[in-house]
Design a binder for this molecule. Structure first.
Ligand code: GTP
Ligand code: MG
Length: 638
């Protein structure tokens, strides 16, 4: 996780400016040689400090300036190239101090603005350096603090001496820190308060750490937080000290011996005021924020390789995490998320990944009130993971997977092996299948899809389905194993419109005609011949509304003749009224054992069984059981 805890900076470039004779060159040479140089050239060569000897492990370039050797243009160019500018004055020279405000600060500001047109917030960070502290007995810090108030870009100030080496490495450390852990994105000097963006990020972090969501961080949660952010446990006495500091400053920062949100925000304010920005930055980076306090792309969307013919499912760890999140937010423990609980759950995300009111009830199983159950919750995530895995990765990150699990959210995803390997091995390794439901307008596709989600399918009779939610998902048992089946309602715009490849390709196709309408079968017969006759995709023909009078189809063959001709299972007759669910199990079974079609086994002709026996002998007994079961359910309802 180290890559997320450091700033994105690849190097730090520090420029020293200031009046002649204040000791810029001496400071640089003292740092490098660790002794005071009696004789110095006007300008030191640019030096590079390798990453491993800098406190922040970032290679650092230090650049000197000399008015004797360099023009104004050269200075402007160096100011623009630098990440941080140290303005040096000599503590014994009041003129050099006055020149900070009369010359150097305005110069740096105007140089950066005219060059980049950067907004005020993005001003170049400045460190004020008072050199030659060995010469005086007092401090100039009071005058410098007054300047700091007027110039928010000043990150810090330090008094030091090139002669005695006092505060020399500190000075360069502060300069480095001004770049790597800048104050201005976090803190507004004038208000002595955190910036809105920083508060917003810390509120999200607080919620993610608040595992029991009681709006308090107790010792256990604080410890876990500490370990996740800093890889070290929190010493009990430190924990007590932190709590007592909060208590002293903000009385409602502690409640029941636990830290409130207010206390948590105060603590970060305090870190920054004490110059410990790096602590707050470490926390922010651990939770995915970049230097602009946005969630960074690599954190939200780590690259995932999905070979063609593979699909994406939730791994066991992904499921466990989502179950824990669900249980955490099911506050009343009724096994379902109310709209309010659902909203709370996604409050660490920019928005919910789906609409509760228009999506949930229509795409996954819910309880009678239309609230998503734990089962429905996992179904909905399974659906998103199959059709839009990038969105799953993003939302897992928003929900804090990477922090809680101490791992990238990639471990929450299982990429299945390629379909051709499944076919070759005659065994599906998947647990999620996609079924496309295709048929003419009004043939009952949506009813068939929605029927999968509810126990009482007959409730759907005569319903007009207005909002078009494309996918429905639920699970079924296929030989004792839970498999998820996604039904995709393929909207037919016009009878002659061609289907797009992504509308054709699926694990099993369900071609639907209205058995009570004589003009219905022709459409799917054509679809079958055009798209599926030559493909390896298993196909099931379904006649809907079989509770009504079955009509003879105006087509050159009747559906059962058609199925026989193309070696398909006989048409499955379906009705919402009879409330029979075998259809879905049958579809999932066909998807799970696709090679059966390849071997021409999807018939009830006993001779084919024999031929098949040879081919499937190696495919284990399971294959036979499957065939029997399909045959058994295939005859049902006719
Ligand atoms: P320019 O290159 O002319 O802009 O000056 P500079 O800022 O590089 O100053 P430089 O390092 O040349 O130092 C100027 C004088 O101040 C030299 O005589 C140094 O020896 C002296 N000096 C530098 N640092 C210190 C210090 O910390 N204490 C004391 N007492 N003298 C210092
Ligand atoms: Mg010099």
């Amino acid at each position: 996780m180290g890559q997320y805890t450091a700033s994105q900076r690849k190097n730090v470039r520090i420029l020293l400016v200031g009046d002649a004779g204040v000791g810029k060159t001496s400071l640089i040479l003292s740092l490098v040689s660790e002794e005071y140089p009696e004789e110095v050239p006007p300008r030191a060569e640019e030096i590079t400090i390798p990453a491993n000897v800098t406190p922040e492990q970032v290679p650092t370039n230090i650049v000197d300036f000399s008015s004797v050797e360099q023009s104004d243009d050269a200075l402007a160019a160096e100011i623009n190239k630098a990440h941080v500018v140290c303005i040096v004055y000599a503590v014994d020279d009041d003129d050099s101090l006055d020149r900070i405000t009369s010359h150097w600060l305005p110069l740096v500001r105007s140089t950066c603005n005219s060059a980049d047109g950067e907004p005020d917030e993005a001003r170049k960070p400045i460190v004020l350096v008072g050199n030659k502290i060995d010469l005086i007995e007092y401090s100039t810090i009071d005058s410098v603090l007054a300047i700091m108030e007027d110039y928010p870009e000043i990150e810090s100030c330090v008094e030091c001496s090139a002669k005695t080496l006092h505060n020399i490495s500190e000075m360069f450390y502060y300069a480095q820190k001004a770049v790597l852990h800048p104050t201005s994105p976090l803190y507004i000097m004038e208000d002595q308060d955190l910036t809105p963006a920083c508060k917003k990020s810390l509120v999200r972090i607080f919620k993610i750490c608040d595992i029991d969501s009681d709006n308090l961080l107790n010792d256990y949660e604080l410890n876990l937080f500490q370990r996740r952010c800093f890889n070290t446990p929190l010493q009990p006495q430190i924990l007590d000290e932190v709590k007592s500091v909060i208590q002293k400053n903000v009385p409602d920062g502690i409640y029941n011996d636990a830290v409130t949100l207010k206390g948590f925000l105060f603590l970060h304010c305090l870190f920054i005021q004490r110059g410990r920005n790096e602590t707050t930055w470490a926390v922010l980076r651990r939770f995915g924020y970049n230097d602009q306090l946005e969630m960074c792309q690599e954190y939200l969307r780590p690259p995932l390789k999905i070979p063609p013919g593979s699909s994406t499912e939730l791994s066991h760890r992904g499921q466990q995490f989502l179950i824990a999140v669900f249980e955490r937010y099911d506050r009343d423990g009724d096994g379902a998320l109310s709209p309010e609980e659902h909203k709370m759950l996604f409050s660490t995300c920019p928005s919910a990944p789906w609409s509760y009111s228009t999506d949930i009830r229509k795409s996954c199983p819910t309880n009678d009130a239309g609230w998503v159950t734990l089962h429905g919750w996992l179904c909905r995530w399974t659906l998103m993971t199959l059709v839009d895995v990038v969105k799953t990765l993003e939302y897992l990150a928003y929900l804090g997977f990477n922090v809680h699990e101490n791992d990238s959210q990639l471990v929450a995803i299982h990429v299945t092996r390629e379909r051709r390997i499944d076919l070759a091995k005659r065994q599906s390794s998947r647990s999620v299948y996609k079924c496309h439901v295709i048929g003419p307008k009004g043939s009952g596709k949506t009813g068939l899809c929605r029927g999968f989600l509810i126990d009482e399918m007959s409730k759907l009779l005569g319903k007009e389905f207005k909002t078009n939610v494309v996918h429905c998902i639920n699970s079924v048992q296929v030989y004792g194993q839970e498999k998820h089946l996604i039904l995709r309602d393929i909207d037919v715009r016009h009878a002659l419109d061609p289907l797009q490849p992504q509308e054709v390709n699926c694990d099993v196709a369900c071609l639907v005609y209205d058995a009570s309408n004589p003009r219905s079968f022709e459409y799917i017969a054509r679809i079958y011949i055009k798209y599926y006759a030559e493909s390896k995709i298993p196909v099931m023909i379904v006649g809907t509304k079989c509770d009504l009078d079955e009509r003879r189809q105006d087509y050159l063959m009747q559906p059962s003749e058609f199925c026989e001709k193309y070696k398909l299972l006989p048409p499955h007759l379906f009705s919402l009224k009879t409330n029979k669910k075998e259809l879905y199990t049958k579809l999932a079974t066909m998807a799970a054992f696709p090679y059966l079609r390849q071997f021409g086994l999807m018939t009830e002709d006993p001779n084919v069984w024999l031929k098949a026996g040879l081919g499937v002998a190696a495919a284990t007994v399971l294959g036979f059981i499957v065939l029997k079961a399909i045959s058994a359910t295939g005859t049902h309802g006719r």
